[in-house]
Design a binder for this molecule. Structure first.
Ligand code: ZN
Length: 266
């Protein structure tokens, strides 16, 4: 089971792993906390955007071979760094949700599916979006309730990413919201990562999954992150998006596993 905050997060972080596991015959289930109805898009934020984004999520999930998609139905806390002030947020914003209650809802699906593995985010929520931090908290607690054997924290190896972004910034003008410096403390340092999953074989599905989230490649004043990523030429795309990274906290940080179900010790 892969637990994400918003539709499109699965495309960016775990799509290759999901496609790989589905191709290997695993039952892959995708759960999102929110419909992403307050994301930046050409459409106004609101219920209609949420519906559009859930449709995009179903398309993406089908492309990746998911057997089931669920949305916990919390409100998208929005794009501002702390989710904005409390009165700007919807009543049921995910970041205001009771962790225990949300964890029970997620645990119920984990138990129903007898899930062997739950993928969540690292404690920083990757780049720090409050809904992503909440995914970590809720996911951790749900895995305790359901006693899920393996918990992986989806992350990005920031070391090569920062190198690549610094290099790219010399010849490419990133959109204003895309600040290379934020990546220097985001996600995970190389030495803390336990799983490096080679998903090059599934690059086509991953790209198609990203493309399915059309509403997120539009809107805003300039190129969106997703749009920027879709512009990466195909051969380079395999290279850039060919690995997905995870941290499994119950393993030593130096573990270098290549598959989510790799046994430990190897
Ligand atoms: Zn998100």
């Amino acid at each position: 089971m892969f637990f994400h905050a918003h539709p499109d997060d699965e495309a960016l972080l775990t799509a290759g792993t999901m496609a790989m596991l589905a191709a290997e015959g695993h039952r892959v289930v995708l759960v999102v906390a929110t419909a992403g109805e307050r994301g930046l898009a050409e459409m106004e934020p609101g219920d209609a955007l949420g519906e559009t984004r859930l449709k995009e999520l179903y398309t993406s999930a089908a492309l990746l071979g998911c057997a089931r998609v669920e949305c916990l139905g919390y409100g998208d806390s929005g794009l501002s760094p702390k989710g904005g002030s409390a009165d700007e947020r919807p009543d049921n914003a995910f970041i205001d949700a009771d962790t225990e209650e949300a964890a029970k809802a997620l645990a119920a699906i984990l138990q129903e599916e007898e899930a062997d593995l739950l993928a969540i985010y690292d404690p920083a929520g990757g780049y720090g979006h409050p809904d992503h931090v909440q995914v970590h908290r809720v996911g951790r607690r749900a895995s305790e309730i359901a006693q899920t054997p393996i918990v992986l924290e989806a992350t990005v190896n920031r070391d090569p990413l920062v190198r690549l972004l610094r290099l790219a910034s010399r010849f490419y003008r990133f959109p204003p919201e895309f600040d290379v410096r934020t990546f220097e403390s985001a996600y995970s340092a190389s030495e803390t990562i336990t799983h490096r999953v080679n998903v090059r074989k599934y690059a086509k599905q991953k790209r198609a999954s990203m493309a399915a989230h059309a509403s997120q490649a539009s809107g805003g004043d300039s190129d969106r992150t997703l749009a920027v990523m879709l512009k990466v030429p195909r051969p380079l795309y395999r290279l850039v998006f060919g690995t997905e990274w995870y941290v499994r906290r119950d393993l030593p940080p130096g573990a270098r596993l290549t598959h989510p179900f790799d046994p430990w010790p190897p």
